[in-house]
Design a protein around this ligand. Structure first.
Ligand code: CAA
Ligand code: NAD
Length: 383
């Protein structure tokens, strides 16, 4: 199927991501089925979508005529799976980050969707090949990984599973352009893909910082905001969802290395049901809106270059595995996180010997094998 043949899109899951993906497809003029498991969840998704869309109308980014067309004609909220997919050309799944749940859903999608339909997953971490394996059309299954908030963040990672066809990759890539996104190809199916994979060891390091009482969330968030990031890492986890973060780390621990096991602070928040913005409490209290981070609290006990170093190290692993180019890594980090400079550009200003000894020190201090420098770092071939 070619991109121009896509007329109808179905989004499975009307949560934080699903409503946003539906919104960008609707803005681009597609007919969109938005499906969740209960009417109240569908209604919640439609109401988030409407709130966001109204902001865009106020700003003149969406015309009021198009807003009316979306409401009266293009948007089809539903609960019934068959109704959601029986006439669709592209499905994008955005349900919780639980491998078995996704596989079960892909079995159903494969059963009900027409044979030409492309099935995409918005998974944050799970290998596309595993999800595709339960279908009879793995050549038409791929990852389309959007970033939160979907209407604002430009990046979509377009991820090839082991059996994804070139045609599916090209059609999906061009679809991303049609919905005004910046797609980046990920040619190797590695857990976490690009942005999340690069951030993964940074989460582990920041977990150690918390669990060992080196600094508090607000102190680190203030520091990282001072470094120019739009949000601190812990407020971002609250924004993303602590449950999503927990599932991602658990998956990495199983598939990449046990060092990724969820840290104590996250285990406790999961147990207490403090899942961040969505429940009103996480690292911060969100009950009265966004937390206010006091810049004066920035810690001097954490060296931000330590966090950058583990990200650069992970980025070189992706290059060594052939998942992505250095240029695409930086592009993805810019458009998926709001960073001002990408890790591979930062790396160019750093001496391989200094990076190697920094990573060895971190690996030893926190007893984490995943921080050990790669061959590319040790030999300085990233320069
Ligand atoms: N719909 C419409 N407009 C929205 C919006 C939405 N959903 N969310 C934010 N906006 C608008 C706001 O209305 C505001 O507009 P004005 O400037 O005209 O008032 C503008 O965006 C900025 O928003 P805020 O003033 O509320 O706050 P901010 O300046 O802090 O920006 C942010 C919010 C865009 C989220 C910014 O903080 C940011 O870029 N944060 C980093 C986000 C990030 O890293 N995302 C990736 C997460 S990881 C991921 O997604 C992958 C995964 O698999 C887990
Ligand atoms: P969420 O909890 O906000 O929403 C998930 C929605 O899926 C809920 O409304 C739930 O009722 C619904 N659901 C559950 N089972 C379903 C089923 N069988 N059929 C249809 N709907 C079902 O989660 P989210 O944050 O939107 O995350 C969704 C996916 O997107 C996950 O795979 C996550 O890893 C990924 N993702 C999340 C973010 C983020 O920042 N939150 C960013 C990128 C990717």
């Amino acid at each position: 199927m070619k991109t121009n043949d896509i007329k109808t899109v179905t989004i499975i899951g009307a949560g934080a991501m699903g409503h946003g993906i539906a919104e960008v497809a609707l803005i681009a003029g597609y007919k969109v089925f938005l499906r969740d498991i209960k009417q109240e969840f569908v209604d919640r998704g439609v109401s988030m979508l409407d709130k966001s869309l109204k902001k865009l109308v106020e700003k003149g980014k969406v015309t009021s005529d198009h807003y009316d067309k979306i409401q009266n004609e293009l948007l089809k909220p539903c609960v019934d799976m068959k109704e959601a997919v029986q006439e669709t050309d592209l499905v994008i799944e955005a349900i919780p980050e639980i491998p078995e749940l996704k596989k079960q859903t892909f079995k159903e999608l494969d059963q009900y969707a027409p044979s030409h339909t492309i099935l995409a997953t918005n998974t944050s971490s799970i290998k596309i090949t595993d999800i595709a394996s339960v279908t009879n059309r793995p050549q038409q299954v791929l990852g389309l990984h959007f970033f939160n908030p979907v209407v604002i963040m430009k990046l979509v990672e377009v991820i090839r599973g082991e059996k994804t066809s070139d045609e599916t990759m090209d059609t999906a890539f061009n679809f991303c352009l049609k919905i005004s996104k910046i797609p980046v190809r990920v040619e190797k199916d590695v857990p976490g893909f690009v942005v999340n994979r690069i951030n993964a060891p940074a989460h582990v390091l920041r977990g150690c910082i918390l669990d060992e009482g080196i600094a508090l969330p607000e102190e680190v968030d203030a520091l990282i905001r001072k470094e120019g990031m739009p949000m601190g890492p812990y407020e971002l986890l609250d924004y993303v969802g602590i449950d999503t973060h927990y599932h991602i780390l658990s998956y990495y621990a199983e598939t990449i290395h046990p060092d990724f096991k969820p840290y104590q602070a996250i285990e406790k928040m999961m147990k207490d049901g403090n899942l961040g913005q969505k429940t009103g409490k996480g690292f911060y209290d969100w009950s009265k809106g966004k937390p206010k981070i006091d810049p004066a609290k920035a810690t001097d006990k954490v060296d931000p270059m330590d966090i950058t170093a583990v990200q650069i190290n992970e980025a070189t692993k992706l290059i060594e595995m052939g998942a992505c180019t250095a240029e695409d890594i930086d592009k993805a980090m810019l458009y998926g996180t709001g960073a001002k400079v990408g890790p591979m550009t930062i790396a160019k200003d750093h001496d391989p010997k200094e990076l190697t000894s920094r990573l060895e020190r971190l690996s030893k201090a926190f007893n984490k094998e995943i921080f050990k420098p790669t061959q590319m770092i040790r030999e300085g071939t990233y320069k």
